[in-house]
Design a protein around this ligand. Structure first.
Ligand SMILES: [Zn+2]
Length: 296
């Protein structure tokens, strides 16, 4: 089941059982479609579509088996970008179809993880890629290490009526707000992380915390777990000035008016309290849209 949320569609068969089958992988390569990806996690895009290549036209580089699309093996190959048609997932993700977004998200997540885990966390020796790019193995003690996914919670907080609570990060322009979010800490449930992050960032207590949807966010390794939560008690905001530049309650009308604008282009009205929300690629925007539509 999928939510229709960008990057979250799944869309291909990961065929994990094949990752250790060297003979099958070698044959699969000969009939593969190949996704080139740069160390900066950009990919080639041609006429608005992802530019996959047959294996005999693929660049040299480390091969990673992504999975099967209608029985056709798909690999990623890390290479330096050639030409000016390479785009990052942030640039391309909003225009990609579900399958393209799923392939690129997977390839970017793996690339980011490999770059950051060249040494064994147990003994500090170097590690090498194994299992067609899905593990790293220590050259000294043989220990296997798996790609990390770090859970983060992201939540639409409302007052049970007409208002939702949004915050503005220090790096964003005036009037550009988003839902609150934060990383889950060791030993903590997702629901507890929602309540803790909201209280830490804005000093507000929430209840009726319900799961909505999740989205992989490989910048570098997050899984965004989306919730809706309702104000419990006093709506007065006590801001954590380190975490946020400002936070406020906005009405449905104010949010609906701002929904046509994002951080790439804010509303030209300098007096509007809310001049833009998160881009459509993000789960933050999805939560806002679902609340505006009355679905959560
Ligand atoms: Zn080791």
């Amino acid at each position: 089941m999928t939510s229709g949320l960008p990057l979250a569609a799944g869309g291909f068969d990961r065929a994990a059982v094949r990752r250790s089958d060297a003979e099958w992988l070698a044959d699969a390569w000969t009939r593969a479609q190949v996704l080139p990806i740069s160390p900066q996690s950009s990919v080639p895009v041609h006429d608005g579509r992802l530019e996959l290549r047959p294996a005999d036209a693929a660049p040299e580089g480390v091969r990673r088996f992504l999975g099967l699309v209608d029985s056709v093996p798909h690999f990623a190959v890390t290479t330096q970008p050639r030409g000016d048609n390479w785009q990052t997932l942030r640039e391309f993700g909003g225009r990609a179809d579900d399958l393209e977004a799923s392939l690129v998200t997977c390839a970017v997540a793996l690339e980011q993880w490999h770059q950051r885990h060249v040494r064994c966390p147990r003994c500090g020796a170097t590690t090498t890629e194994t299992q067609a790019g899905w593990t790293r193995t220590c050259t000294a003690d043989g220990s296997e290490h798996f790609p990390r996914t770090d859970p983060a919670v992201i939540m639409l907080v409302h007052d049970g009526g007409d208002r939702a609570l949004l915050g503005r990060g220090h790096q964003w322009g005036d009037g550009r707000f988003s839902t609150l979010a934060g990383f889950v800490e060791p030993g903590e449930s997702l629901e507890a992380a929602v309540a803790r992050e909201v209280f830490e960032e804005v000093g507000v207590t929430v209840t009726d915390i319900r799961y909505v949807a999740s989205q992989p966010w490989p910048f570098p390794a997050s899984l965004m777990v989306g919730f809706v939560a309702r104000l419990d008690g006093d709506p007065a905001i006590t801001l954590d000035p380190v975490e946020m530049a400002e936070a406020a309650w906005f009405t449905r009308d104010e949010i609906a008016r701002a929904a046509g604008w994002t951080d790439s282009q804010l509303s030209p009205d300098p007096d509007a309290p809310l001049r833009g929300v998160s881009p459509r690629l993000s789960i933050s925007r999805y939560l806002v849209d679902e609340w505006l539509a009355g679905r959560i």
